[in-house]
Design a protein around this ligand. Structure first.
Ligand code: XIL
Length: 333
């Protein structure tokens, strides 16, 4: 068979094909392990490299799961993308409840970023430094605990701390990404993201943008995605399609995965791979799919997404068998 990473390695401007993983999947000989080694050239932690699982108290870290993921990538020649240092949905309770001053709060965030980037220096190729800082409404900044406690400069501070920590640890090639979702369809949000990015770029603190791409079989359109990505191209930034999945049952109107939706999903996977593949070499980094098997995707019944039914958003079914979406991915290369 032709494997995804093998084909992606042979295109004119190659890039990493990434997969979101959990530490428990990485046992040698598991279905995940076999597919990862054959098909994928990059991994992102789906949950275990976020602040909440790593930071159990101020200056106290639980590295076990994250270390396992990073070691797996390093041992198998698989790129490791770090996800994510600062995210409003993964703030540990001790930090939510932090009773010190705002300046002390900022020092806690600085210490966390410094310690994590240092711990993985030379082992993790890139980090999402700040995730989802733009709001869904009106192109505003998202009103997170970080904005409230640290003020509007917090994003720049976080990138600076990440850069400083990497340099101090001797890693001068760490790639720093800003990561967000729904920017192709929500234009005020897209504008906000590019304002954030311009500001970071002016201080030479950013290498790339992660476009999550939790898409559906209908949206965004090809033109919407191209417009969004091209803004990053004109700024000379690397582009990571960082969390790709394609829903087919957002409105819960089907109870089984129909052939019609199967084909529509296949075409949509093909379309986005084609768009990504056509980017200039300098702007490519990785295209990462957010989970391996449909039955373990975060999408079905997600309260965060108001998703009320089942869904089949990924490349493999519950038995690790490739779907038509996988064929579509290959056809896009
Ligand atoms: C999700 C994971 O898929 C879940 O398993 C976890 O419980 C919560 O986070 N945007 C992101 C990802 O940047 O980190 C989120 O991943 C999905 C939305």
């Amino acid at each position: 068979p032709t494997f995804l990473k093998v084909k992606a390695n042979k295109v004119a401007n190659p890039f990493f094909v990434g997969m979101a993983v959990k530490a428990a999947q990485l046992t040698s000989g598991s279905g995940y392990d076999i597919i990862l080694k054959n098909e994928f050239s990059s991994i992102s932690a789906e949950y275990e490299m976020k602040m909440d699982p790593i930071s159990t108290a101020s200056g106290v870290y639980n590295w076990a799961a994250a270390d396992k993921i990073v070691a797996y990538g390093n041992a198998n020649g698989i790129n490791v993308h770090g996800h994510a240092l600062v995210w409003h949905n993964a703030v540990p309770n001790w930090l939510k409840d932090f009773s010190g001053t705002d300046a002390e709060f900022a020092l806690e965030v600085k210490k966390y970023i410094t310690d994590v980037v240092t711990h993985y220096a030379g082992k993790v190729k890139s980090w999402d430094v700040v995730n989802e800082a733009a709001d869904d409404n009106g192109g505003n900044m998202r009103n997170t605990i970080f904005l409230q406690r640290m003020g509007p400069n917090y994003i720049k501070d976080c990138f600076q701390w990440a850069r400083d920590a990497a340099n101090a640890a001797g890693d001068t090639s760490l790639l720093l990404f800003y990561n967000d979702y729904a920017t192709s369809t929500n234009i005020p949000k897209q504008d906000r993201v590019f304002t954030i990015v311009d500001d970071l770029k002016a201080s030479n603190l950013i290498d790339g943008i992660g476009f999550q791409m939790h898409n559906t079989y209908l949206s965004p359109t090809k033109a919407q995605i191209e417009t969004d990505l091209n803004r990053a191209v004109t700024k000379g930034l690397k582009i990571h399609i960082s969390e790709l999945d394609i829903q087919v049952n957002q409105s819960n109107d089907i109870s089984t995965f129909t052939n019609e939706r199967r084909l529509a999903q296949k075409e949509k996977y093909k379309e986005i791979v084609k768009i990504y593949n056509a980017l200039p070499a300098a702007n490519k980094y990785a295209l990462t799919v957010w989970g391996m098997k449909d039955n373990e995707s975060w999408i079905p019944y997600s309260t965060e997404l108001n998703h009320v039914g089942n869904d089949w958003p990924l490349l493999y079914d519950s038995n690790f068998a490739v779907k038509s979406s996988h064929t579509g991915f290959l056809e896009g290369l």
